[in-house]
Design a protein around this ligand. Structure first.
Ligand SMILES: C[S@@+](CC[C@H](N)C(=O)[O-])C[C@H]1O[C@@H](n2cnc3c(N)ncnc32)[C@H](O)[C@@H]1O
Length: 275
């Protein structure tokens, strides 16, 4: 992308908000999640946005239809595309709430305005801050005890550390399903290795104790340098729960170079049992 392109792209998230709220028929859009999503799609023809998009989004809405989660959490809200798409689906399926964790307060503010327009204000809650700190607060305050569906779409090296945090507190356990975006592009080999590992292998690795930093092996440099920067460290260090048995598979829509890894936690084996 040239320097000229970069300057045109600058502030595109705020431009999106003006574009949507400037629609002459704004009152016909109010309370209609799909119309807000359609406008994001229209705006995306001219600007680059990092939304999950329709094809990969369908993998997750199909999961919502199947699981009918009461609580769904997403890590990485951006301007609220997935929060509107998935929040609407969770509400339609009888769920209680959709929690979206976003680091950047400007993105969170824009997302909030779009969630409000979509009529999801009382259902989708956006929490500003880094995901590990927000997750820790939600869990230790008793606000969240169990998550049925977790969508990971934030800082790529934090997928594994945030999962281990949730495992540690038992918020992720048998019955939980994880949907992780961008596992092929920009890629996330450490996460894929973790969710595809056997209990025996995870126990072996866990013996060494928690790793201190992020494992960035095989993740595109650009993604490692995004958001928090290369020198950032997780706020907490947990080994997770190696006794959880996962069944994991890659879901790659036709024609896309990226994919969503869907991981089902099917069992927790006793710490003493061979596995
Ligand atoms: C790929 S975008 C999310 C797209 C969104 N899920 C969608 O499909 O519409 C990634 C977002 O994660 C946020 N983010 C990055 N690191 C984060 C962290 N540690 N905690 C919370 N949010 C983070 C970024 O600010 C960015 O808005």
């Amino acid at each position: 992308m040239s320097a000229e392109d970069h300057s045109r792209e600058a502030g595109r998230e705020l431009k999106l908000l003006h574009f949507i709220y400037g629609q002459p028929n704004i009152d016909e859009i109010r309370g209609h999640p799909q119309r807000v999503l359609d406008l994001i799609h229209e705006f995306e023809k001219d600007y680059h946005f990092m939304n999950v998009g329709e094809a990969k989004g369908k993998i997750v809405t199909d999961l919502i239809d199947e699981l009918k989660p009461k609580t769904m959490i997403e890590l990485g809200c951006y301007v609220g595309y997935s929060a509107i798409l998935f929040g609407d689906a969770v509400r339609r399926n009888g769920g209680d709430r959709y929690l979206s964790l976003e680091l950047n307060p400007e993105f969170a503010a824009i997302a909030n305005m779009l969630v409000e327009l979509a009529g999801l204000r009382d259902f989708v809650r956006i929490l500003v801050g880094r995901s590990d700190v927000s997750l820790h607060r939600l869990i230790t305050s008793g606000t969240v005890n169990k998550v049925e569906l977790l969508f990971l779409d934030h800082y790529k090296p934090a997928y594994t550390t945030d999962l281990k945090l949730c495992e540690h507190f038992g918020v992720v356990g048998p019955g939980t399903v994880l949907a992780a975006d961008n596992v092929l592009y920009p890629g996330n080999p450490p996460y894929l290795e973790y969710v595809r590992s056997s209990v025996a292998r995870k126990r072996d690795i866990a013996q060494a104790g928690p790793s201190r930093g992020y494992d960035t092996t095989g993740i595109l440099e650009r993604a490692v340098d995004s958001y928090v920067g290369r020198d950032d460290e997780p706020a907490f260090h947990f080994v997770g729960n190696p006794n959880l048995v996962y069944e994991s598979r890659l879901c790659q829509p036709a024609g896309l170079k990226d994919a969503v890894e869907v991981t089902r936690c099917v069992e927790e084996v006793a710490a003493s049992a061979d596995h």
